[in-house]
Design a protein around this ligand. Structure first.
Ligand SMILES: Cc1cc2nc3c(=O)[nH]c(=O)nc-3n(C[C@H](O)[C@H](O)[C@H](O)COP(=O)(O)OP(=O)(O)OC[C@H]3O[C@@H](n4cnc5c(N)ncnc54)[C@H](O)[C@@H]3O)c2cc1C
Length: 452
């Protein structure tokens, strides 16, 4: 079947956009990868039936499909060129808050922060909170198994997913997970689908765990001489037995970029920022212990129990990536290492930057060992990355594996990290993953070339 005939048939069953503006807008994400061409069409799904029809026809005619939420991904998972159509599910925005069962039933296009805000109207909240919560979708979060600030005590997206409705290539709709807190029937297909980056099926509904909002919240912000002092403080915090809800680190060069963006003065006051938050009835007592530890390492420490004030501090942390993006093209890495190797990781990332003479900025979800070393380059968006940037990035991935960690803690593999993902998994696990993929998607139409 010709492309035109395929599009004609598809357009009878789903809204199809073929104008250049729509196709260009759906071609890339926030990874910095720019495909040489745009997808040949975009399906702007407004109903699950549109997803079913698209996957039925694409499977039958072997057309590649790139599923898209908000396109905020940092690994190139939603990048699409002329060889594919984009299936945009961001308009599927139904949302029900099931107060009695502490859960939400959400369409894939609901923005993460919106779901959380709706839950909060009922004294509940949605724990996974990527820094992109205001702009990313639940479907994208599920597909990437997104992390965030609160993971250190509440877990990642996978820990919040109780069940999924997913459309498979061919158009079958499969329900996984009973949606109950406890459910051990059969293989855990829900967990398999979480983090599958649009390679196994298209998530059209998620049943998500909500939690009662904490009775109290306390926040400490510490300015320290440098990132090494900050990770030393985090290590000592770990030994207190207190498990903070949030523990975020921003290094000095990133603080300077935030200052440039917002006109703030963080970098004049310290060479690294640590934000620690405690939740629950013991929050105030816990933050006292945290503060005592931080004072031994920091230039200054401030605490607050005012949630709006805390939110302003976290807004600065959320500004980090946009601030760096303003300075040039960024290559965002996302390694995870065991908590007791964070100090070594930070130290050796500094050495890699010096050795290759490339600037590497460091943000970290320090409490759970997830670091974002961000390499900045003045290469244009369509230029190949300079060799020094590529070797420095490779050295950081190698470091993650050497320290017993992972090449991606939360952003996913996408187009950027396939080779490193295979290296981390090893040949047996890679072959097993490929076999599983072909069971779901025998013709390989979903996100070809991504993940593995
Ligand atoms: C400023 C900024 C801060 C960020 N901070 C964080 C952070 O703290 N933690 C974190 O984990 N990530 C973070 N990210 C990355 C990004 O926001 C997440 O990966 C997010 O989960 C992507 O959601 P999305 O809706 O934009 O998905 P997209 O980018 O549209 O897609 C991401 C992947 O999911 C697939 N996909 C999307 N929807 C579906 C669906 N319904 N069914 C099947 N597959 C689907 C796509 O094919 C693609 O492979 C950040 C990004 C930015 C720009």
């Amino acid at each position: 079947m010709s492309r035109d005939a395929f599009l004609l048939e598809l357009a009878q069953r789903a809204p199809v956009l073929t104008d250049a503006t729509a196709r260009e807008a759906a071609a890339t994400d926030r990874s910095g990868l720019l495909p040489p061409t745009s997808p040949f069409a975009v399906v702007a799904a407004t109903a699950v039936d549109h997803v079913v029809a698209t996957l039925h026809l694409a499977h039958e005619h072997r057309v590649a499909v790139v599923t898209r939420g908000a396109g905020t991904g940092l690994a190139g998972g939603a990048v699409a060129d002329d060889g594919a159509i984009v299936l945009d599910v961001s308009r599927l925005q139904h949302l029900e808050i099931d107060v009695a069962n502490h859960r939400a039933v959400s369409g894939p296009g609901v923005l993460t922060a919106h779901l959380d805000a709706e839950a909060r109207k009922h004294g509940l909240f949605y724990a996974p909170d990527p820094a992109s919560a205001a702009i990313s979708t639940i479907g994208g979060n599920v597909a990437t198994n997104a992390g965030g600030f609160r993971c250190v005590s509440y877990g990642v997206t996978r820990d919040a997913v109780l069940g999924l409705t997913t459309v498979l290539p061919g158009g079958a709709v499969v329900q996984t997970g009973a949606g109950t807190v406890k459910d051990v029937v059969g293989y855990d297909l829900t967990s398999l689908l979480v983090g599958s980056e649009g390679t196994l099926g298209v998530v059209v509904e998620a049943t998500l765990r909500l939690l009662p909002t904490p009775t109290a919240v306390a926040t400490a912000s510490a300015l320290l001489d440098d990132a090494a002092a900050a990770v030393a403080a985090v290590a000592e915090l770990g030994a207190t037995g207190i498990r903070p809800a949030v523990c975020e680190l921003v290094d000095g060069p990133t603080l300077a970029a935030i200052d440039d963006l917002r006109g703030s003065d963080w970098s004049a006051r310290g060479g690294a920022l640590l934000l620690v938050q405690t939740h629950g009835s013991g929050a105030a007592a816990d933050i006292d212990v945290v503060t005592e530890v931080l004072r031994r390492h920091a230039v200054s420490v401030a605490t607050t129990t005012d949630e709006r004030e805390a939110e302003q501090l976290f807004a600065a942390r959320r500004d980090a990536l946009p601030a760096l993006e303003k300075r040039g093209r960024v290559l965002i890495e996302d390694i995870a290492v065991p908590r007791d190797r964070v100090a070594e990781a930070v130290d050796r990332i500094g050495a890699i930057a010096a050795e290759h003479t490339v600037p590497i900025f460091v943000l970290a979800h320090a409490g759970d060992g997830n670091l974002h070393p961000i390499v900045l380059t003045d290469a244009g968006p369509r230029d190949p990355l300079p060799p020094a940037v590529v070797t420095a990035a490779d050295a950081v991935f190698g470091l993650a594996l050497e320290l017993g960690g992972s090449v991606s803690g939360e952003h996913g593999v996408g187009l950027l990290k396939g080779e490193w993902a295979r290296r981390q998994l090893g040949p047996e696990a890679t072959a097993l993953a490929e076999r599983i993929r072909s069971v779901f998607d025998p013709h390989g139409i979903l996100n070809p070339g991504k993940l593995l």
